[in-house]
Ligand binder design. Structure first.
Ligand SMILES: [Zn+2]
Length: 343
């Protein structure tokens, strides 16, 4: 990136109400068949337009073509029965009805590659594409076949790697793996989570990112955060190994959260997508609030490696709120760019 402090989002943005019921996770589609395909594409274009108008430098599809950041990818794999649903506890936090792994998992066809190609045709900006990470995938389904989280994660890593290579070929500049599970299962992260993540990113020439957050602004997550005490030190358990990993960019939650800023020091040398927008509140940040978070982060991240971003996806927010937050993010980043150039 040539731009200093290039802005981006963690990934998802709200969907228009004609595509899916707003302000809801796993919201059902409102169209079917060809009409749904067209509606998804229209929503992707709108989402790109909103990012561009706000001044976002690294754009995405706003995850408009997927119902959920994890399950939509899983849905496209062989070996997963989507009709056979079980209720599991996700990230030790909340129950959800999820699909079941009933046989060997494999990716016989591309999942998002056509969508990525479509986005590439619409813009010359840097584009980032989000995929779920292997560990978070394992944590978002019921496994009646492998009955072993690590084994299943390696299978997912292979499928993700096939998808990632094709996304790269379609013109994606940054491939991001979402691993909120990295903030929960620390032993597993260090035993096999990061190794599986690297497998998913193996052989890619484009940049790679891992997004680790405290989740969407839904009640189960905000309740969980209440139990974490005054300093959230979860990143401390995984950052040293991530610093030594092959992943280029670490995307983390920061703004209005209790993550001690100095933990960023643990990934010194990596590019850091600093969450400077709170996705768990409808309150729109002022540019100055964004700037003050970025200013604080600059103590631990070199300016050339700081990517202002959002704490997490904004899918569950109202569109007007998300738009306001995108603008605030860009205006806040601009304040810091001015400060840096005045030095
Ligand atoms: Zn997130």
């Amino acid at each position: 990136m040539n731009t200093l402090l290039p802005t981006s989002t963690a990934g998802s943005l709200p969907k228009p109400s004609w595509l899916a019921e707003p302000e809801k996770l796993w919201s059902p589609w409102k169209q079917e068949g060809e009409a749904l395909h067209e509606a998804k594409r229209d929503a992707l274009l709108l989402s790109l337009q909103e990012q561009s108008l706000a001044g976002i430098d690294i754009v995405s599809d706003g995850e408009q073509t997927r119902q959920h950041f994890v399950t939509t990818f899983i849905e496209h794999l062989d070996g997963v029965d989507f009709e056979k649903r079980e209720t599991v506890r996700i990230r030790n936090r909340y129950d959800a009805s999820v699909p079941t792994v009933v046989g060997a998992v494999s990716r016989r066809k591309p999942v998002f590659v056509e969508d990525a190609r479509f986005l590439r045709q619409q813009t010359t900006k840097t584009i980032k594409w989000a995929l779920p990470g292997p560990m978070t995938m394992v944590d978002t389904l019921y496994d009646s076949h492998y009955r072993n989280r690590e084994k299943l994660a390696w299978e997912f890593a292979r499928a993700l790697n096939q998808e990632a290579r094709e996304l790269e070929a379609a013109g994606v500049d940054i491939i991001q793996f979402d691993e909120p599970a990295f903030n929960v299962f620390f032993d597993e992260v260090n035993d096999w989570g990061i190794a599986c993540l690297e497998k998913a990113a193996e052989g890619l020439k484009c940049e790679t990112a891992v997004h680790i957050c405290y989740g969407y602004g839904i009640k189960a997550n905000t309740d969980w955060k209440q139990t974490l005490g005054s300093a959230w030190r979860q990143y401390e358990a995984t950052f040293p190994a991530l610093q030594a990993s092959s992943i280029d960019i670490i995307s983390l939650e920061c703004h209005r959260s209790r993550v001690p800023m100095e933990l960023m020091e643990l990934v010194r040398g990596k590019k850091v997508m600093v969450g400077a927008i709170d996705v768990a509140s409808n309150l729109i940040e002022t540019p100055e609030e964004v700037a003050s978070t970025l200013r604080a982060a600059l103590q631990f991240v070199d300016a050339g490696k700081l990517y202002p971003s959002t704490n997490c996806g904004m899918a569950p927010l109202a569109r007007s709120v998300a738009r306001g937050k995108l603008s605030a993010l860009c205006a806040g980043a601009e304040i810091i760019r001015q400060e840096l150039s005045a030095r």
